[in-house]
Design a protein around this ligand. Sequence first.
Ligand SMILES: *Cc1c(COP(=O)(O)O)cnc(C)c1O
Length: 628
Amino acid sequence: MTNSTPMERSWVEINLAALQHNLDFLKSKMQAHQHFLMIVKADGYGHGAYEISRIALEAGAVYLGVANPEEGKLLRIQGCKAPILVLSPSLEQEIDTIIAYELCPTVSTLSFAKALNKAAQNQAIRQQIHLKVDTGMHRSGEAWSSFLKLYKAIAGLSQLHIEGIFSHFAAAENNREFSKLQEERFQALINSLDNKPKYYHISNSNAVVNGFGSTCNLVRLGILAYGIDTSGQDLPLKPVMTFKAILSQVKSIAKGESIGYNRSWIAETDTRYGILPIGYADGYDFLLGNNSQVALHRKLLAVLGRISMDMITIDLGNAPAAKVGDVLTLLGAGNEAIRAENIAARYDGSPYELLCQIGRRAKRYYYMGDKLLHSAPLSRRDFVPDDFSDSKLNQIIEAAIAQRLQSTEIGELIYREILRSFFYNKDKDIHYRHGFRHEITLAESLATGYYKATTTLSFEKILGNDYFIVACASSDEVLNRYFKRHDVEYRWLMDNAFELDPDSFSVSLVMVDELVLHTELKHINGCMEIKCTHPQLMERVGHKVKFTINTHTLYPNHSHQLSVFITELTQGVDIGFHYPDNLDKIECVPVFSGQEKYPVIEKSEGAIRVHTKPEQWVFPISGVVFSY
Ligand SMILES: *Cc1c(COP(=O)(O)O)cnc(C)c1O
């Protein structure tokens, strides 16, 4: 759960302060007139696109870059409002998503531009696009030599707005000559345009530190911002991602014995070794078998034998104090040898790939320096509720209802009005009543025009506080305030002909189990609040108790009706209405929602009852109207 320290067998730590540090460094290498776009494709190079975006935008990013519309959509759903560029060529079937989530696609063919233009026309919108020029990489983009023709054709499409033009370096980190050529081709193109677009950009992060693309007004920061130094220049960058695992077993092997699949490592002497519960399925590359090191504090320990799917073995010969439960670092900060660029170099792999694959089975913990901000759940394909915090679950419930009903408005309504009305103070414990019994007896009274009404209410419920309130008001408006409060167990609407005083409404007995409660009357803003307390109530908070509340009041003859409301989720309802001989033709109309919609109505001499089976649930707000 949120804010706990890692308890898993392996986990990923994302240090957002390191990201800030790297961005500061890269900004110092940018030209004064340049803005930056933060590349967050592939879930932010495996770091979490949303969190990386959040910090990058704070640091001044004007744009985010993703690989495909789905990644952009996810950021939008997470609440990201910044401009998002989809870097790789989009498919026509992705146009709906692009428009719905206000993404900016990269365009490099006329056929796609026309399809997009048509869709934008149908929706009556103007769609922003960036055009991609191929200046020598020969991957996506329109070749520099024929680009102007495409540009003119697309510029003539009424619903598209060319916000940017860009190209991409093939080898900005290690080929100056070719990069220079690409830069010149791009620059010549931009210079030939009468109207320059808002953004023209060619540099990735290595191009920035190598001084390419300095006349462009936007740069695209990726790998170096994540603290992986692929420049070969020993830049002062800090790895943002660190991957850790727990030592799960310590063992010894005798000289001549072998470890792991294919017996690829054989002990030359008796050796103490350990098992880490991660393997290539966790993204620790298979090619690191017999060819890597992990860090225990400052010490480096060799990986022995093959990498298995779910385990690796490490040499503990140099770490006699190592014990089960120790935390080892497999990749990231803390030691040069385990930086992603150095580990990838061991097998001639790519540090980009390593970042994307590492910690596939791990939970992510976000830190700002030493401070743990929060954690992100394991990435599973199926929904596992306890991966998520309560607030996230609330969002999921609301979004799921809205999606299911295809209506945000009704989804929100159901979530707010129905679901939340079941919750107690902490939005966690659902409060409900069992065995709700309410008896109301009308009898002739001395006050002309009024009946004397005696009510007895009882139900079982978990006691929430060491007090509760009985409220009586003579206007709906005032009483309504008490429906929102969870410390009110009984509400009575009094006829407005009466003064609010105990002659017109009084509580005759209040009990919790066998305790008879003290009552204290207060007049507060047009309401009588009767606070019910007992010194021993505190001990029963959190336990199921039986409430009994009896009242006396007067009820007008001319009203001709009396209502009983069920304001909480209730299991088992039994309501009785007893009336004097002179009243006949008593009718009752129950309006029940929930499992039980048609309670049993029984009439007898001088009484009418409405009841459900004891196990049946009735939802708030239900009730019965008796008319006479
Ligand atoms: C991934 C990507 C980048 C970022 O490159 P780095 O080498 O990680 O800085 C820049 N531009 C485009 C088009 C990309 O796809």
